[in-house]
Design a protein around this ligand. Structure first.
Ligand code: BG6
Length: 506
């Protein structure tokens, strides 16, 4: 028997799903196979799902329930990161999987779906509760929501909730349009806009770190923090998503949603409680306090990049313009960096640098908070390395927190060098972290929207990103401007150098 884990949280282990049916539109798609099914299976394996549980997959391809079960078993086998499929658990889980074929634009689909839901409610005792998950192309969100509404499926004897994936619009206006369509059928409180970064264990831990401890919060402001760097580097390219990516770009794909949410979590005010509305109000308030840039500021404080061909580990990699589905003259950003400023008393004047890109040297996501130097430098003599104090929150792949501070080197004389105090998730807790989708799906079934984005946050993020997006579209970019396998365009280094800063090498 493994030793008892003193860190195991009894409260979290009480979190089990109430009975419900989950309807997944786009059941034959990548998201369902790679993320949703493995997450649902894992919740079943961990006994977090109720016995009164069913999944109805919806997609165009005609399939029997059994064929769907077979496909999903293969998906779980291929994409579960750390669980081999247990035949007993799978058998019970698969009994709750069903399939309905149809086109989102066809009213008939919703009639069939309603009948199937009623049947499943009888046989599987799902309590009349339904969670709809739109794992489809964004163009199908509004038609699907309106189709559900038309068939009377938006309301019912139990609760109804709707999960949608980003992108939530392509700009502020389309984000509002989408929301208006959804609101014809679902109340805002029942719309769960998923941002899988918020479900990451380490992003959630930012709240624990900041508001569960008394010692960090006093330092968390402009008096002590010099600047913040948020990096989300990916070594992969566009991985067969060239056509989607060409329309989106790094700024809209990563910064508009994931990274501004991470920034909001780092910078928000303490919430009065850990209730969903309270936490989300604070995150929203922070997003609304980010200063949208003027065209002059965009020239200085926002940098677009696109990778060209490059060499990594002796292997030649194609440039973005050579990827399948990408225009040979594409002006899309595969790298984006910007300096954001928060207009409030806590953060006035503190730069929050954000950068993200494809085909960078390695996959790493981290937040580095750099503190001001000691007011008087008495140890900066020869042989000392007086690098500033840094707090690094590592989101992935290694999950943890490090504090870098100066220490005396052993020996005579006073030479200082930075050392690190490290917390590592795996080593400290000795248990696996649930995937973001496990966390977020369970939260939606329970009805906890704390880690979901809300329409006002989506709009606030677009208000910040849209001016940059527009400015970049109006300018002819000298692309490609960084070779695959390097840390992005030189202009991104210059952007920091102007304020005397430099990107950290993660
Ligand atoms: C997605 C983006 O939202 O996040 C992808 O569309 C990106 O382009 C992915 O690769 C990164 O997620 P993660 O969890 O691997 O950091």
């Amino acid at each position: 028997m493994p030793p008892e884990n003193p860190f195991q949280d009894p409260v979290r282990f009480e979190r089990r799903a109430p009975e419900c049916a989950i309807v997944i539109f786009g059941a034959n798609g990548d998201l369902t196979r790679r993320k949703l099914m493995p997450a649902l299976y894992r919740l079943a394996y961990d006994r977090r799902l109720s016995a009164g549980f069913a999944v109805i997959g919806v997609s165009r391809t005609p399939l029997s329930d059994d064929a769907f079960r077979q496909k999903m078993q293969e998906a779980v086998q291929s994409f579960s990161e750390d669980t081999a499929v247990d035949p007993e658990v799978w058998k019970t889980f698969a009994e709750g999987l069903f399939y309905v074929a149809g086109d989102v634009a066809d009213a008939e689909l919703y009639t069939r779906l309603r009948a199937r839901l009623a049947e499943v409610n009888e046989t599987r005792h799902t309590g009349g509760n339904v969670l709809f998950y739109l794992a489809t192309q964004p163009s199908q969100y509004a038609p699907a929501a309106l189709g559900l509404g038309g068939a009377g499926l938006g309301k019912g004897e139990g609760w109804r909730r709707l999960i949608i994936e980003k992108p939530f619009g392509k700009d502020l206006a389309t984000a509002r349009e989408l929301s208006a369509s959804l609101h014809q059928v679902f109340d805002e409180s029942d719309v769960y806009r998923i941002d899988h970064y918020l479900g990451k264990e380490t992003v959630q831990n930012i709240l624990a770190f900041r508001f569960g401890n008394g010692i960090f919060e006093p330092l968390w402001n402009r008096r002590y923090v010099n600047h913040v760097q948020i990096t989300a580097a990916e070594s992969i390219g566009v991985e067969g998503r060239g056509a989607y990516y060409q329309e989106t770009g790094a700024l809209a794909d990563m910064i508009q949603n994931h990274l501004l949410q991470v920034m909001a979590t780092i910078a928000m005010e303490p919430s009065a409680s850990f209730r969903s509305a309270s936490v989300r109000d604070e995150r929203s308030k922070l997003l609304r306090s980010i200063r949208p840039m003027t065209p002059e500021q965009i020239l200085q404080d926002a940098v677009a990049g696109q990778y060209g061909p490059g060499e990594v580990g002796g292997q030649t990699l194609p440039g973005f313009r050579q990827e399948a589905g990408v225009d040979a003259e594409s002006q899309t950003d595969t790298y984006a960096a910007a300096a954001f400023f928060v207009e409030n008393w806590r953060w006035a004047g503190v730069p929050f640098y954000i950068r993200t890109g494809k085909r960078l040297p390695k996959r790493t996501t981290e937040i580095a908070i750099q503190f001001n130097p000691a007011p008087l430098a008495i140890f900066d003599g020869e042989g000392s390395d007086c690098s500033p104090n840094l707090l690094i929150v590592r989101i992935q792949p290694e999950e943890g927190i490090s504090l870098k501070f100066l220490s005396k080197r052993p020996g005579s004389g006073m030479q200082l060098r930075p050392v690190s105090m490290d917390f590592n998730y795996g080593a400290s807790f000795g248990e696996r972290s649930p995937s973001a989708y496990e966390t977020l799906l369970l939260d939606a079934i329970i009805g906890d929207a704390t880690l979901y984005t809300r329409q006002d946050m989506v709009e606030a993020s677009w208000a910040v990103v849209e001016p940059i997006q527009n400015a970049w579209r109006e300018t002819h970019q000298e692309f490609p401007n960084y070779p695959a396998g390097t840390w992005g365009p030189r202009a991104a280094d210059q952007m920091l150098a102007r304020r005397g800063h430099a990107w950290r090498k993660p």
